[in-house]
Ligand binder design. Structure first.
Ligand SMILES: O=C(O)C1=C[C@@H](OP(=O)(O)O)[C@@H](O)[C@H](O)C1
Ligand SMILES: C=C(OP(=O)(O)O)C(=O)O
Length: 429
């Protein structure tokens, strides 16, 4: 950490591939007969756990530095796995897999690590049971999840939470049913499953917040080039905005309008930011440049924007501590059921620096003031986004921080420290 303190950050970074898109490309590749090439994928703990689960269902997958090759016999030839499908720390793997396995009329048990065991899974089993799935949860809520063979039928479902994981589980479950499934969203969540399924030949139509899936269509492999993950880029955008003298360009970043809430926040605060759109094909992408600027305004976020930046809220809280006024985050109760309760983790850990918060059930108000360097040790709660948030805060505070389980950053961004060091260039001592 010491070499990252006392200086500005300048240059270009290609952040790792988008986590949500990498998971989905490997899963849809497994459901398609033939070879799917996934270029520039995210290779991290979460996505490699998805790869291992797909191998257990019968896909032959080759992982190299900048490519994942999925060879699959196709959906109808996948088999019930002999062993547990272990999903590690990944909520996305766990929930999408529940829908995928149930839809294939297979039998499996799914479980993950200690954080997964505490996250609510009934939000997925409720619609899957309506579809006729035979699926059991521990205490009707948690993993391990046991799925038994059963033929599913289509349903009409009104989402009760703005969750792309739940929505995607229902879509994957409906792929082999003879009856149409219709999903209604209240708040639109990330739409990568819908976009990618269409590209793989699925029969899916989206009309604003209504999604219609007709099952029974054979999927065909498509090569997927994964754009950079905006949720990873967010840490470096905030770094550049708050460290004097910094100017950072994040290359080839996903700019899908269900994921770009942080861009709106940077506009709200009056940040020095430019965006060069690269293309507008399957998933919009572009280069984002952020430079340090003084006198940035506070931000207020609630409602529809929350699902578009839900994973960025920890690092946006660090940003809010250096703005000219109080910022507010509301309607973000989903933060309480991530890898940890992120409202608790963010406010507990940043309070150690003297940060002031007014905490609500669904968010908090940030009241900037005098900050100090504490003697205490810091906790990651085994949550990659909390660990990376603390690293950026420590850099801003010139603090040689100690964080427990810091290796949890491997869950989504194994090269985080390396990328930070590359932006220090000649300044590294
Ligand atoms: O579908 C996805 O890839 C994801 C959806 C979001 O979770 P929810 O669906 O629980 O909102 C997000 O927090 C997670 O990091 C990835
Ligand atoms: C919440 C996250 O992921 P998941 O739900 O897949 O564990 C995240 O990456 O911040």
């Amino acid at each position: 950490m010491r070499e990252l303190l006392n200086g500005s950050f300048q240059g270009e970074v290609t952040v790792p591939g988008d986590k949500s898109i990498t998971h989905r490309a490997v899963m849809l590749g497994t459901l398609s007969e033939g070879t799917t090439n996934v270029y520039q994928p995210l290779l991290s703990q979460d996505t490699l756990d998805t790869v291992k689960c797909m191998e257990k269902l019968g896909a032959d997958i080759n992982v190299s530095e900048d490519k994942i090759i999925v060879n699959s016999p196709g959906a109808e030839h996948l088999l019930s796995p002999k062993n547990l499908l272990y999903t590690g720390n990944s909520g996305t793997t766990t929930r999408l897999l529940m829908g995928l396995v149930a839809g294939l009329n297979l039998k499996a048990t799914i479980d993950g690590d200690e954080t997964i065991k505490k996250r609510p899974m009934d939000r997925v089993t409720v619609p899957l049971k309506m579809m006729n799935a035979k699926i059991n949860l521990f205490e009707n809520k948690f993993t391990p999840v046991e799925i038994l063979e059963s033929e599913l039928k289509g349903i009409e479902y009104h989402m009760t939470v703005a969750s792309a994981q739940v929505k995607s589980a229902i879509i994957l479950a409906s792929l082999h049913s003879k009856i149409t499934t219709v999903i209604h969203e209240n708040n639109k969540s990330r739409n990568h499953t819908e976009l990618m399924l269409k590209a793989f030949g699925g029969d899916i139509e989206v009309d604003d917040t209504t999604i219609t899936v007709n099952g029974g269509k054979k999927l065909t492999p498509v090569d997927v080039t994964v754009p950079g993950d905006i949720s990873s880029a967010a840490f470096l955008m905030v770094l550049a905005a708050i460290i004097p003298g910094s100017r950072v360009t994040l290359k080839n970043i996903l700019l899908n309008d269900t994921r770009d809430g942080i861009i709106d926040v940077f506009k709200q605060i009056g940040a020095d930011m430019t965006i060069d759109i690269i293309d507008d094909s399957l998933e919009a992408r572009g280069n984002i440049t952020v430079s340090y600027k003084t006198n940035l305004k506070p931000f207020h976020i609630s409602g529809d924007i929350i699902p578009k930046l839900i994973d960025e809220i920890p690092i946006l809280t660090v940003l809010s501590l250096f703005l000219d006024g109080n910022s507010t985050i509301k309607d973000a109760e989903e933060l309480r059921v991530k890898e940890t309760d992120r409202i608790m983790a963010v406010t507990n850990e940043l309070s150690k620096y003297g940060a002031n918060f007014k905490i609500y059930e669904d968010g908090f108000m940030v009241i900037p003031g005098n900050l100090k360097i504490p003697d205490e040790e810091f906790k990651s709660y085994h949550d990659h986004r909390i660990a990376m948030m603390l690293i950026i805060m420590a850099i801003k505070m010139n603090h040689d921080i100690k964080i427990d389980n810091i290796e949890c950053i491997n869950i989504s961004y194994p090269n985080f420290i390396k990328d930070l060091k590359s932006l220090r260039g000649e300044q590294i001592s």
